[in-house]
Design a protein around this ligand. Structure first.
Ligand code: GH3
Ligand code: MG
Ligand code: MG
Ligand code: MG
Ligand code: MG
Length: 302
């Protein structure tokens, strides 16, 4: 671990550096609170050992400022001080310290306290990793890793509000795989799932702007939000998707035309003259999808 030692006394700095090295860690030295803040802003450290009584910023003030700077990123801070009063310990903990040692401290105590903090750091890191994984699981669809419907709706409504506030163009596309029930019945559910995955990766390839959103809307239905995209842009993207799927030539012997897997796409662009809501716009895209289906499938209608 990289351990920041904040200590104004040269003698103690030397002793503590030695302790830290002996414990198998790398000391980084700050001679004052001000210097500690500069280091924190530039260097990632794993633990801080902080003197309290220092000219200029004292250890408590420095700790408050460091906590503010670090925000959610927690690193352990241990005070080492000559002040043994209960009130002083209380102030240190309230300032954001995690432990409070009264001088003199031995090599053994420093090593043990570092190990204890290392243990807590490990646990926090594991928890952070699990939280990230949990977030992905709760926001994404397991089969395609696209946004699930709930998350898509949340994100899309935000984008929709931004667009209407700025009177910016925005389009939504709904996509449905053609004759997919027959595909499943003929090839089985597992191959059906693989087909859904393949279509989802086509979407990811065709819809590439950072603000664009793709979601799995239902079983074999997908929804796409295209911010800053007017009707002709949406039409272009829809055709790109439709043609890309067609070009894959995924065999579909059970389709009425005995050919390949195709998709139908319905879209709607935001229209400021008629005024609308997000739900209404999705409804318009759904109607357009119905029209695309009715006009023979493997079509996009916007
Ligand atoms: P259309 O061209 O009118 O869209 O016909 P369709 O058969 O695709 O339409 P329908 O909505 O009747 O059928 C959708 C089928 O998609 C139903 C189900 O067999 C299949 N399906 C839905 N979700 C999944 C899924 O997660 N995995 C698999 N393998 N199949 C699914
Ligand atoms: Mg001091
Ligand atoms: Mg469907
Ligand atoms: Mg259907
Ligand atoms: Mg379908």
């Amino acid at each position: 671990m990289k351990i920041l030692l904040v200590e104004d006394s040269a003698t103690l700095r030397h002793a503590m550096s030695h302790f830290v090295r002996t414990a198998g860690h790398e000391p980084v030295i700050a001679k004052s609170g001000e210097e500690a803040l500069q280091i924190i802003e530039q260097t990632a450290v794993d633990l801080i050992i902080m003197d309290v009584e220092m000219p200029g910023l004292d250890g408590f003030e420095t700790t408050r400022l460091i906590r503010e700077w670090l925000g959610d990123h927690w690193i352990p801070i241990i005070f080492v001080t000559g002040m043994s009063e209960d009130e002083s310990l209380e102030e240190g903990i309230d300032a954001g310290g995690d432990d409070y040692l009264v001088k003199p401290v031995s090599q053994m105590i420093i090593s043990a306290k570092i190990r204890a903090m290392e243990r807590i750091t490990d646990m926090r890191n594991q928890l952070a990793t699990l939280n990230r994984e949990l977030k992905v699981l709760s926001q994404r669809d397991g089969l395609t890793h696209l946004y699930n419907r709930r998350t898509f709706e949340e994100l899309a409504e935000k984008q929709w509000k931004i667009a209407t506030r700025n009177k910016a163009p925005l389009a939504v596309l709904l996509l449905d795989i053609d004759h997919f029930k027959q595909y499943n019945d003929y090839y089985g559910h597992q191959q059906g799932d693989r087909c859904i995955q393949t279509i989802s990766s086509v979407l990811a390839k065709c819809v590439t702007r950072p603000d664009d959103l793709i979601g799995r809307y239902g079983g074999e239905e997908f929804i796409i939000l295209l911010p800053n995209t007017p009707e002709n842009g949406a039409h272009y993207i829809a055709e790109q998707i439709r043609k890309s799927v067609e070009r894959l030539q995924i065999k579909h012997r059970a389709s009425p035309s005995n050919t390949y897997v195709t998709v139908s796409i319905g879209g709607a662009a935001l229209n400021y003259t008629t005024g609308t809501t997000w739900a209404h716009q999705v409804g318009l895209a759904d109607k357009a999808l119905y029209t695309a289906k009715a006009s023979g499938r493997n079509t996009s209608t916007i």
